[in-house]
Design a protein around this ligand. Structure first.
Ligand SMILES: NC(=O)c1ccc[n+]([C@@H]2O[C@H](COP(=O)([O-])OP(=O)(O)OC[C@H]3O[C@@H](n4cnc5c(N)ncnc54)[C@H](OP(=O)(O)O)[C@@H]3O)[C@@H](O)[C@H]2O)c1
Length: 280
């Protein structure tokens, strides 16, 4: 039987297409010759159940990539209703479209579903225990998908950077133009991941028709935020000062250790970072 994803006209719904990951991914879908419907909160608010029902009954799709999320981790602590509405209920709506149309759904989740108490990379079947509203809301989104449809990919990733306004790398480079010293926490360990690497992997998962399930996809290796910043600024004169999380209190708790066992899905974070720096 022909591979449906070789069809040049595959129709894909992309939610959160205007976000950091979506902006990297959509041109890649286009390059494959796939048709995609790029949406954001203005075009299709995923919490709008009426619109969800209309889409379910009127639109013809072959795949759903669900990136839309409430991603302000700190604000979620004081605005939990909105975080749960978008990340849990919005995801439930999208999962129901997938179920009704009998198409696969790919959902991007986070390392923040773990509590960080481990000291070796988290495996996909390790117990989750989110310690922030954002982490919990994303985990509940995962659960909505798991209970609605078997045809799912749940992809947990971490510390995304890439072109866009919210790019950590760009923020640090800008700071370094203005400051001689930058203080960054060194007691939070994880894995920075370039949106381009992740987007390319998403395309290959679709093309290879990988088995459905939960995957950890982030760069290989690990670092802390201070180490990441030092690498970003290695050719600059700005000094990076390591501080403790307790010196920089923030509303949402972050896992102390959230390295994901990525099964070598992506290159080492330092290689990807240097490539990204060359593309800027
Ligand atoms: N960034 C990270 O470090 C990271 C790490 C792990 C996992 N993730 C996950 O990866 C995915 C993509 O992240 P990102 O960094 O690209 O996010 P982002 O830059 O914050 O973009 C979020 C996207 O979601 C859309 N959105 C928000 N609320 C919506 C709603 N109610 N209805 C429809 N669309 C809505 C936004 O649209 P508007 O422009 O209209 O607001 C935007 O397109 C998210 O699911 C996130 O949880 C991110």
């Amino acid at each position: 039987m022909a591979n449906p994803f070789e069809k040049k006209n595959m129709r894909i719904l992309v939610t959160g297409a205007t976000g950091m990951l979506g902006r990297e991914l959509c041109p890649m879908l286009e390059a494959e010759g796939w048709q995609y419907w790029a949406t954001n909160s203005k075009i299709f608010d995923v919490t709008n159940t009426k619109l969800t029902n209309e889409i379910m009954n009127k639109v013809s799709l072959e795949f759903i990539i669900h990136l839309a999320a409430y991603t302000n981790i700190d604000l979620a602590e004081t605005n939990p209703e909105q975080a749960y509405l978008v990340n849990q209920m919005g995801t439930k709506n999208i999962a129901q479209i997938a179920k009704k149309l009998n198409v696969p759904i790919l959902y991007v989740s986070t390392d923040m579903v773990f509590d960080g108490a481990k000291n070796e990379p988290y495996k996909t079947n390790d117990a989750t225990n989110p310690i922030s509203v954002y982490g919990k809301s994303k985990f509940l989104g995962e659960e909505e998908i798991r209970k609605t449809t078997k045809k799912h990919y749940i992809i947990r990733t971490s510390w995304l950077y890439g072109k866009g306004e919210r790019d950590y790398v760009n923020t640090m480079l800008t700071f370094s133009n203005l400051r001689d010293e930058i203080s960054v926490v060194d007691d939070q360990i994880g894995c920075p991941t370039w949106t381009r690497d992740l987007a390319q992997k998403i395309v290959s998962i679709i093309k290879e028709e990988r088995a459905f399930g939960t995957y950890h996809i982030c760069s290989s290796g690990h670092t802390n935020w201070s180490g990441f910043t030092k690498e970003i600024l290695k050719n600059r004169n700005t000094k990076v000062i390591s501080i403790d999380k307790s010196d920089f209190p923030r509303p949402a708790k972050r896992p102390t250790y959230s390295v994901l066992d990525n099964n070598n899905e992506l290159p080492d974070w330092k290689n990807s970072l240097s490539e990204y720096l060359l593309t800027r």
